[in-house]
Design a protein around this ligand. Structure first.
Ligand SMILES: CCCCCCC/C=C/C(=O)SCCNC(=O)CCNC(=O)[C@H](O)C(C)(C)COP(=O)(O)OP(=O)(O)OC[C@H]1O[C@@H](n2cnc3c(N)ncnc32)[C@H](O)[C@@H]1OP(=O)(O)O
Length: 281
C-alpha cells in the first residue's frame, strides 16, 4: 500500500507541474509552475535514436515552450542509460530519398530552434550522448552529465563528415584546437574527460540532481531582463546562425549525395550490423 508520505509528495508534485497541451508522443513536456521552467524529455525507446518523428516532435516542443514564455528549457531523456544515440542509422541506411531529405531538414530545424532559442537552455545528460545526442546537448547553454557516460561527436568514425553546426557547437564550448582535434578524431569522451576539457559544465550523481543543477543555472537569470538576455545570446550566436542559413541548402544536398554513395551505404550497413551483433554475442 502507498504510504501517506509518498502520496502527499505526489500530490505536491502534481500541483506544481503541468503537461503542455501539445506534448507529443516522442517528447514529453512538463512545466514547473513555481519556477516557470519547462523540461523536455526525449521519449523514443530504446535509445532515443533521432528519426523524422522524434525530430519533428522535438522541434514542436521547443517552439511551443519558447512561445509560451517559459523561464527556461531543460532537455533530458526518459532512458536512464542513453540521453540520445544520435541520428537513427536506419533512416540513412538504404533510405527512402524523400524521408532522408525530411530527416536532414528536421535535424537542421531542431538545431536552429535549440541553438538560437531565446530562452536559457540546459541539458541534463542522464546517459550516453554520441553524435546527434552530443549535438543536442552542445546546442544548449549549460550541460550536466552523470558518471560513467560517454559523449562526443564521432561522425567521422562512421565515415560521415560532421555538418557545419557540429563545428559551431564545439567552437562555442571548447578551445579551437581541442574542438578541431575532437571532431577530426571523432573522439568520444568519458564523463571525467568531458568535464576536464569543458565539454560539460558539471557532473551530478543522479538525474534528479542533474535537473536541479540545470534549474539552478536557469535561475541565475531571474533578475536579468529576458529580452536583453536573449539579444545578447543572439549577438554571440548570430554569425553562426547566419552562416548556417547561407549553407543550409548545400549541406542538405551534400548529405543526400553522401549517403547515396555505395561505399557509404556499405559502411553504414557494417556499422549497424556491428551494433546489433554486440547484443547477439
Ligand atoms: C554529410 C553527411 C553528414 C552526416 C552527419 C550526421 C550527423 C549526425 C550523425 C549521427 O548522429 S549518426 C549516429 C551515430 N550514433 C552512434 O554511433 C551511436 C551508436 N550506438 C551506441 O553507441 C550505443 O547503442 C549506445 C547509444 C551507447 C547505447 O548502448 P546500449 O548498450 O545501451 O544499447 P545498444 O544495445 O547498443 O543499442 C540498442 C539497440 O539500438 C540500436 N542502435 C544503437 N544506436 C543506434 C542508432 N544511432 N541508430 C539506429 N539504431 C541504433 C542497436 O543496434 C540495438 O539494436 P538491437 O540489437 O536491439 O536490434
Amino acid at each position: 500500500m502507498m504510504s501517506s508520505m509518498s502520496l502527499s509528495r505526489m500530490l505536491r508534485a502534481a500541483s506544481v507541474c503541468r503537461t503542455m497541451s501539445t506534448a507529443t508522443k516522442l517528447t514529453a513536456v512538463e512545466v514547473n509552475d513555481k519556477t516557470g521552467i519547462a523540461t523536455v524529455t526525449l521519449s523514443r525507446p530504446p535509445i532515443n535514436a533521432l528519426n523524422v518523428e522524434l525530430l519533428h516532435d522535438l522541434y514542436q516542443s521547443i517552439k511551443e515552450i519558447e512561445n509560451n514564455k517559459s523561464r527556461g528549457l531543460i532537455l533530458t531523456s526518459s532512458n536512464d542509460k542513453v540521453f540520445s544515440a544520435g541520428l537513427d542509422i536506419n533512416e540513412m541506411y538504404r533510405p527512402d530519398k524523400d524521408r532522408a531529405r525530411l530527416l536532414w531538414t528536421k535535424l537542421q530545424d531542431v538545431w536552429l530552434a535549440l541553438y538560437g532559442c531565446a530562452l536559457p537552455t540546459a541539458a541534463a545528460i542522464n546517459g550516453h550522448a554520441p553524435a546527434g545526442g552530443c549535438l543536442l546537448a552542445t546546442s544548449c547553454e549549460y550541460r550536466v552529465i552523470l558518471p560513467q557516460c560517454r559523449i562526443g561527436l564521432n561522425e567521422i568514425q562512421l565515415g560521415l563528415v560532421p555538418p557545419i553546426f557540429c563545428m559551431f557547437n564545439f567552437l562555442n564550448v571548447l578551445p579551437r584546437r581541442v574542438a578541431e582535434r575532437a571532431l577530426v578524431q571523432g573522439r568520444i569522451f568519458t564523463t571525467e574527460q568531458a568535464l576536464q576539457i569543458g565539454l560539460v559544465d558539471d557532473v551530478a550523481s543522479s538525474k534528479e540532481k542533474a535537473l536541479e543543477k540545470c534549474s539552478q543555472f536557469i535561475a541565475t537569470f531571474a533578475q536579468t531582463n529576458p529580452l536583453a538576455r536573449s539579444l545578447t545570446k543572439l549577438k554571440f550566436r548570430g554569425a553562426d546562425l547566419q552562416r548556417f542559413e547561407s549553407e543550409r541548402t548545400n549541406e542538405l544536398e551534400s548529405f543526400l549525395e553522401f549517403i547515396d554513395h555505395p561505399q557509404m551505404q556499405e559502411d553504414l550497413g557494417i556499422y549497424l550490423e556491428g551494433l546489433k551483433k554486440k547484443n547477439r554475442n
